[in-house]
Design a protein. Structure first.
Ligand code: F6R
Length: 380
């Protein structure tokens, strides 16, 4: 039931702190101490050592929002665990797979566990590796919210994303849960391969423990603000979302959420790509949402935002409150907590979900059942 919320989507957005807590409890050993001499990983995914042994490469197949979660996963697996990682659209990969590489882990990400393209890509991967020498054998891992699904029966190992059933067609809490799976996987690999110091690892783990509270704070401060902001976009026909680094996939996700439920044309770009074409679209009628979180690409995003401002675009910043510079550039600020850059996607996606929700609700649309979309796409 909707428990007083107007739509399931809004209820599910609000369930996200609880989902993150459930994932933290299930995947992370909180009493783990990096300084202790024991050899237990701080992460507990229940995956066998042979899945990780001599791992040289990871390839991930997924569709839609799950593909966006996979892109955040790629950032973590490469930058934290130092494993070359490719992310492919399942619908493309199944007809044009990459050449076989040895010691490769293939991950299928699908919240429903029923997406035809993702299942077919995994089946193809299993088949084409059969009969090859051992180092080419398939190592398959599923990340799903439904372990009882077709995917659950098809692959030998899964990470259960623990979001609880999601009714709104637009994925929200299952996306957050997929992100949590990738944090756990990347940190587990980083621990085992010793690609980060114990101090860094401990800092990241501590930061993760604070995330549910940060999401709660974001929900509390953003709900009214995004609802107000939604009033201004009744006539808007195009939106651009930009981010860089670990927040580039969040720009894609913000755009997808908006187009799915509000039917407004929206695109996400890595902010540095704007000048290579899309900037020609900008004028006073096209708002630009920029995700600008402190860290390695902050200055770059701000300067990309300035370029958009010079084209008269209305600039909406998803950025920490206290920042004077940001406050000057952005016409509208959607303030978020200044969390560590590496953890920031779990926080920055929240106001984008709310913004999409409020714009669609304001337009009087069927938020939970958008036109032309199904909760799981079981046909090709
Ligand atoms: C977005 C959305 C779709 C799904 C996609 C994959 O809100 O719901 O883009 O993410 O159809 O679905 P799963 O994860 O079930 O494979």
């Amino acid at each position: 039931e909707k428990q007083g919320f107007k739509h399931f989507m809004l209820k599910e957005i609000y369930e996200q702190p609880g989902v993150v807590r459930a994932c933290l409890e299930a995947y992370f050993n909180t009493d783990w101490n990096a300084a202790s001499a024991n050899n237990n990983s701080p992460i507990n995914l229940g995956l066998p050592a042979e899945l990780y042994a001599d791992l040289e490469q990871i390839q991930i197949v997924a569709c839609g929002t799950s593909w966006h979660a996979a892109l955040v996963g790629k950032y973590l697996l490469e930058q934290v665990a130092q494993i070359p990682t490719q992310v492919q659209y399942a619908s493309e990969f199944r007809y044009a797979p990459s050449p076989l590489t040895p010691n490769t882990l293939t991950i299928g990400v699908t919240q429903s566990g029923e997406t035809a393209d993702t299942l077919a890509a995994l089946a193809m991967e299993k088949e084409r590796r059969q009969g090859k020498e051992p180092k080419y054998h398939a190592r398959l891992l599923g990340i799903t919210n439904r372990p009882e699904s077709t995917l659950g029966h098809m692959v030998p190992h899964i990470i259960n994303t623990l979001a609880g059933i999601e009714i709104g067609v637009a994925a929200t809490k299952t996306f957050i849960a997929q992100l949590m799976s990738f944090y756990a996987l990347a940190l587990d690999l980083a621990y085992r391969r010793q690609t980060v110091s114990s101090d860094t690892l401990e800092d990241i783990l501590k930061g993760l423990q604070h995330i549910p509270k940060e999401i709660e704070a974001t929900l509390e401060s953003q709900e009214h603000l995004t609802e107000q902001l939604a009033h201004d976009f009744a006539e808007t026909t195009d939106f651009i979302f930009v981010g860089r680094g670990i927040n580039f996939p969040i720009a894609l996700e913000g755009a997808l959420k908006l187009k799915e439920i509000s039917y407004i044309h929206a695109e996400g770009y890595p902010a540095g790509e704007m000048k290579h074409g899309p900037i020609a679209l900008l004028d006073a009628k096209v708002p630009v949402v920029a995700i600008a979180m402190p860290g390695s690409v902050y200055e770059k995003v701000i300067s990309n935002a300035q370029e958009a401002k010079a084209r008269d675009s209305r600039l909406i910043g998803v950025t920490p409150v206290k920042d004077g510079e940001a406050a000057e550039i952005f016409k509208d600020l959607i303030p978020v907590s200044a969390v560590d850059e590496l953890l920031s996607p779990i926080v920055t996606v929240i106001p984008l979900q709310l913004l999409a929700y409020h714009i669609a609700a304001r337009r009087g649309l069927d938020v939970d059942q958008p036109r032309n979309l199904a909760k799981s796409v079981t046909v090709e």
